[in-house]
Write a protein that binds this ligand. Structure first.
Ligand SMILES: [Zn+2]
Length: 470
């Protein structure tokens, strides 16, 4: 039968490495078009796992279009390799995703080069390879139906995950007749209501849903609890005269935390101590956020309109050089350090952790998903001895976790999201949900709940198996 086919190349059985291939039906049983959704890096102990250097499971030269949901490395990290290996098609995303991806890929290539030198292998790609990506990249707006190739149009909806993040609704016309088939790729789904961004939009009337499941088996604190707990953690650490170190993802999490700190200082809920934002990439990303406030939610927009510079407050320093970064560890007294990376894999936060993990007065606050093998995961799991830069460090600092600041929906909200399919009163024409981008336990738990609670068929696709969409 001449049907559309979906292959999950990577990004199943694991949270990272999103890379899905849609092959549409053509005339006379031939393939119509080949569309990729995301081309992300598999992440673990090192920024780049060996898996990333393997050949793609398809010929990159045969791909017509790459659609990008958002700028996180696990969704864009292998694009330079795709281009290097022969991709000559068009890349589409929102403007903000393109701009943030440029920051992310240029940052990644520095880390890749360092890792390659350290472990003695060829880097996955070079600065020159990254530069070849952007001439192929075109931007499209949210909420405009756009034809990417013959018989296929896309419509971008706000995923509410990070600035510019979109869910991609693909409408595929069968050239030999029949109904238009609609597939929605969620990318990552935001933890709405978010402090800065708009809420995730509804699923709508689609036939198939390909959805993330990072927190498929867990729930987060509520918005009020997370702010209360954040305030408590800050106040108890500062009262001890300690340093609060927060490993923060440069995209979104950093901007959200700066915004929350701005409000806490303004409302005098925490003392005004030195706050160091030690993330050159985070600083650049904050500029992209500042330039796109029209995409913020109404509350944040109103606050900006009232004259508040929401990413800035007294005693906040943006740390520039590496030397300056090392210098702040030696500043005496209570302080807050916000630094990348979010899972303590590379980035300046590792130096601060090396310095403060042995200090019982200090706290390391984990505010997001920590992948298996990362230093952040070791700390989250309660390991008392960790190795940083070949030095054994005994953990005496407090380790706190606050997943309410996660940029991902929790289990209950993922189920609630699926329930917005059709007109929201039922599943509409939704035939199947492919549950991806989660550790197996989380994905399985979510698929089970979708089956049981909503009566919608949900399953965990196998990697590299071809699924025919009837
Ligand atoms: Zn993401």
């Amino acid at each position: 039968m001449n049907s559309n086919k979906l292959t999950f190349c990577t990004g199943v059985g694991t949270v990272t490495g999103a890379n899905f291939l849609l092959e549409t039906a053509g005339v006379d049983g031939k393939v119509g078009a080949k569309i990729l959704v995301d081309c992300g890096m598999v992440q673990g102990e090192r920024v780049a796992e060996e898996e990333n250097s393997e050949a793609f499971s398809y010929d990159p030269a045969s791909i017509d279009v790459l659609m990008v949901t958002h700028a996180h490395l696990d969704h864009v990290g292998r694009i330079p390799k795709l281009v290097k290996d022969g991709f000559k098609g068009v890349i589409y995303s929102t403007t903000q995703t393109r701009d943030l991806a440029e920051l992310v890929l240029n940052d990644a290539v520095n880390i890749l080069t360092m890792e390659a030198k350290q472990y003695g292998y060829e880097p996955l790609y070079t600065v020159e390879d990254v530069a070849l990506v952007f001439p192929l990249w075109k931007t499209i707006e949210y909420h405009e139906s756009f034809e990417i190739t013959q018989n296929i149009s896309v419509y971008l909806k706000d995923a509410g995950h990070i600035l510019g993040s979109s869910m991609i609704e693909m409408s595929v016309k069968n050239p030999t007749g029949g109904e238009v088939e609609k597939i929605l790729f969620t990318g990552d789904l935001g933890n709405s209501p978010a402090p800065l961004l708009r809420d995730t939009e509804a699923v709508g009337d689609v036939d198939y849903l390909v959805m993330e499941s990072v927190y498929g088996d867990r729930n987060h604190e509520t918005r009020d609890t997370r702010l209360e707990e954040f305030t408590n953690i800050i106040n108890t650490t500062l009262a001890r005269g300690g340093t609060l170190v927060i490993p923060a993802f440069s995209l979104d999490r950093s901007q959200v935390l700066l915004y929350e700190l701005n409000n806490l200082v303004k409302d005098k809920k925490i003392p005004s101590v030195p706050v160091f934002f030690d993330s050159p990439m985070g600083e650049k990303a904050t500029e992209v956020y500042r330039d796109s406030t029209e995409l913020f939610n109404e509350t944040a927009k109103k606050q900006i309109a009232s004259g508040d510079d929401i990413f800035s407050f007294p005693h906040l320093t943006f740390v520039e050089s590496q030397r300056e970064s090392q210098g702040i560890d030696h500043i005496k007294g209570a302080k807050i350090i916000l630094a990348g990376s979010g899972m303590s894999v590379g980035g300046r936060v590792i130096g601060h952790e090396q310095y403060f993990l042995g200090d019982p007065k200090s706290t390391v606050l984990l505010v997001g998903y920590q992948s298996i093998g990362s230093l952040g995961r070791e700390l989250a799991d309660g390991n008392k001895k960790v190795t940083i830069h070949n030095e054994k460090v005994v953990v005496k600092a407090q380790i706190a976790t606050l997943y309410g600041y996660s940029a991902h929906k929790d289990g209950d909200h993922l189920v609630e999201f699926v329930a917005t399919a059709g007109d929201g009163s039922g599943k509409g024409k939704l035939k199947k949900v492919f549950v991806v981008m989660g550790e197996p336990g989380a994905s399985m738990h979510l698929a089970q709940r979708i089956n049981d609670e909503l009566g919608v068929k949900a399953m965990l696709p196998e990697r590299l198996k071809v699924y025919e969409l009837e």
